[in-house]
Design a protein around this ligand. Structure first.
Ligand code: ASP
Ligand code: MG
Length: 413
């Protein structure tokens, strides 16, 4: 019998009405002849509210106690979901992570799943019950409750789907699916029917956070197909799956802009071996994560180094570079936090050329200056001025015809 894991996010089960309609969806799948495991998040803003309460009581709460507290949001949802299913006349049983053998490491508030002992779930499924599991949590080897990091219920769902060899993991949420670009910025953005794990990983790390990144990595490793679906209508959503050859034909699948980085330029660095190593060693010591880096060709024994860091890390990154300024014989350090990173992503880039050219000409036609460029096998990113981000995204979306149903890209077309 086919097995489906269905995960419901906080907004999809925010109140009694929503929980009942989620329960109807579960029953529909169950009645169609599937075994169903349901994973639930905490209702609505519950996790935020619990966090606020904790910090109101103690400005440095112990992370172990935070996990005790935060895990309760999901426990409530799971019991309520089981009750909703019962009220519709179907069998269901709810569990917290610990009861279904979800063992994690001991990193409180950001634990990783180490193993799952699925015996209890299998037993309940074999008795034709719908199994409801509280997401986002587990227990470490010393029996302390842990949570998996914000958004971690997705990871619970995918881990269970992998373990139980489910046919599909449906993630019900408050969006229709994954779009070619943020529809709030680009009105003609189109919903994708399918996207590969690698593409969504690039898009997720760039800010299109529809699904928890860690759960996609897990899905990729175990080849679990994920379907991101709307919970408030019957839309089919977007399938996230392994790359298939037809995807190669589509050069660009999506585009995003993010505004969470800032740029530091060190001017007139003494151009000799070991300088870059020195700069980035000091930054690493301060736990500053550097994203893009460029170094100009040196002239008269001097060169400029520019790099980007998360905006929140800018003060520490700046202080660190100021501290070593003398040592690397730099003339001047300039910071700019009014930047945006525009990226286009697509597995088809591996086998097509002319993509960078099309991107750069589009920006040039819009008179948008490119400050930095970086590429990966399936992504090109440009740093531009923050105020031009939206206009750039709209132009690029149009240039790659992302609003149209995909067809093979022909060079110069
Ligand atoms: N309730 C947790 C959060 O809000 C986990 C989740 O929703 O996936 O982050
Ligand atoms: Mg969530």
């Amino acid at each position: 019998m086919p097995l489906t894991v269905q995960k419901f996010g906080g907004t999809s089960i925010a109140n009694a009405t929503h929980i009942k309609s989620a329960a109807k969806r579960v029953i529909k799948t169950y009645s169609a002849g599937n075994k169903v495991v349901v994973v639930v998040s905490a209702r609505g803003r519950m996790t935020d509210e619990l966090l606020e309460l904790a910090y109101e009581i103690n400005d440095r709460p112990s992370s172990r106690e935070l996990d005790m507290l935060l895990s309760t949001g999901e426990q409530m949802s799971s019991a309520l979901m089981a009750m909703a299913i019962h009220s519709l006349g179907y069998p269901a049983v709810s569990f917290v992570g610990r009861q279904v053998g979800i063992t994690t490491d001991s990193f409180h508030t950001n634990a990783r799943i180490i193993s799952i002992n699925a015996n209890r779930i299998m037993e309940e499924l074999s008795q034709d019950k719908i199994v409801v599991v509280a997401g986002y949590q587990g227990v470490d080897e010393n029996d302390n409750i842990t949570t998996l990091g914000r958004g971690g219920s997705d990871t619970t769902a995918v881990a269970l789907a992998a373990m139980l060899k489910a046919d599909i993991c449906d993630i019900y949420t408050d969006v229709d699916g994954i779009y070619t670009a943020d529809p709030h910025i680009v009105p003609e953005a189109r919903k994708l029917t399918k996207i590969s794990y690698d593409e969504i990983l690039e898009l997720a790390s760039m800010g299109a956070q529809v699904v928890h990144v860690r759960s996609i990595e897990l899905a990729k490793n175990y080849n679990v197909p994920i379907r991101v679906r709307p919970s408030f209508n019957d839309g089919t959503g977007t399938l996230i799956c392994k790359e298939v050859s037809e995807m190669e034909k589509i050069v660009v699948s999506g585009a995003t802009v993010t505004k969470n980085e800032a740029k530091i330029t060190i001017i007139g660095v003494y151009d000799k071996p070991g300088q870059a190593a020195k700069i980035f060693r000091e930054l690493a010591k301060e736990n500053v994560n550097v994203d893009m880096i460029i170094q100009n060709i040196g002239a008269h024994g001097l060169t400029d180094v520019t790099f980007t860091v998360l905006k929140g890390d800018l003060p520490i990154a700046l202080a660190t570079t100021e501290r070593i300024k003398g040592e690397i014989k730099a003339k001047k350090i300039i910071a700019d936090d009014k930047i945006a990173k525009l990226s286009v992503v697509g597995v088809g880039m591996r086998s097509h050329c002319g993509i960078a050219e099309r991107l750069f000409s589009t920006l040039s036609d819009e008179k948008i200056n490119i400050q930095m460029i970086s590429t990966s096998e399936i992504k090109i990113s440009c740093v531009i001025e923050e105020g031009q981000a939206e206009r750039a995204l709209i132009a690029v979306h149009r240039a790659f015809e992302l609003d149209k149903e995909p067809q093979a890209f022909t060079r110069g077309a």
